[in-house]
Design a protein around this ligand. Sequence first.
Ligand SMILES: C[C@H]1O[C@H](OP(=O)(O)OP(=O)(O)OC[C@H]2O[C@@H](n3cnc4c(=O)[nH]c(N)nc43)[C@H](O)[C@@H]2O)[C@@H](O)[C@@H](O)C1=O
Length: 344
Amino acid sequence: MTSAPSAVITGITGQDGSYLTELLLEKGYTVHGLVRRSSTTQRTRLDHLFHNHEIYNKRLFLHYADLDDTTTIRRVFVRTEPDEVYHLAGQSHVGASFEIPETTCQFTAMGTLKLLEILRDLNKRPRLLHISSSEVFGRPDKAPQTEATPMRPVTPYGIAKAFATQMVSLYRESFGLFACNAICYNHESPRRGESFVTRKITRAAAAISLGQEDHVTLGSIDAQRDWGFAPDYVKAMWLMLQESEADDFILATGTVNRVEDFLAAAFDAVHLDWRDYVRQDQAFMRPSEVQRLVGDPSKAKRVLGWSAQTTLPELAARMVEHDLKVLRSQPEQVASTAKSNGKS
Ligand SMILES: C[C@H]1O[C@H](OP(=O)(O)OP(=O)(O)OC[C@H]2O[C@@H](n3cnc4c(=O)[nH]c(N)nc43)[C@H](O)[C@@H]2O)[C@@H](O)[C@@H](O)C1=O
């Protein structure tokens, strides 16, 4: 009899980490999450699992380990001997990467290299999924982008991700690691952090419709992105590690929209016209903006049988519905989050 599969997830407390944990638990996995000491208070996305006594500390375990603490990470791998590793952790805010480029590179770039070095030395090497990003393409010559499109990153975050992505490919080719890059385009959900533009918009649309706020302040609203639904994307990440050979895949919808289109969809969901409520401020503009990114997911469709299932209006409506529910149940908490939601 073969034992149940096991996985380590870095970044388990994030949006993708929480959806992936649910998916793997459903599939019978034992899941080990690496968490930073400082994320102690930010585990709301996993609360429902911690309260489930059938799961927590039976099939779901947390281990404290910062990405630069190689000794501790190595110890977790040696003790847990996972079959699969999903490396989702890192500083993921592109705007913030201009303010904290060193931290961004330390965790997103060097953190990935350190992880690869640990895996290279293990007797039983797990399969690795690294979450890469469309930001590696920066200002591409070609649209939509494919796995073969050259990387031309223009943000500290994109540069750090490009380094990590190329290291993953190198360790696959040179050291025989089963290591894959999921080159993910923007993927959102009600669990998205409130400093990303989609969630900032859906929360504001909900708050405005309830009379709790009267406007939202944004940066560039003509930027164009390929927005999908996060739970769709974690399914593809899992599929990638079930293949017989390690490879890189673009995970995207293939459809491009402006921030304005997302605004329209979110405010439509509460029957308001976004143009009456949006202000713009230089503080939210980036020193170097990635104007337009759209992915070609045809390889993922052909090889993995995967495609994104959720349209932009469905995504926005789902997020607004969630934010309305939260606001109605905890108006003070959400209002204070909005106030403290500084430069992002
Ligand atoms: C694939 C990629 O996807 C994400 O990166 P992102 O595309 O930068 O996502 P975002 O939601 O921060 O910005 C989207 C667009 O919206 C513009 N925008 C306008 N006004 C605001 C604003 O007020 N806040 C923010 N955050 N953006 C704004 C902003 O300038 C940009 O053009 C991350 O998951 C990243 O980890 C990742 O890998």
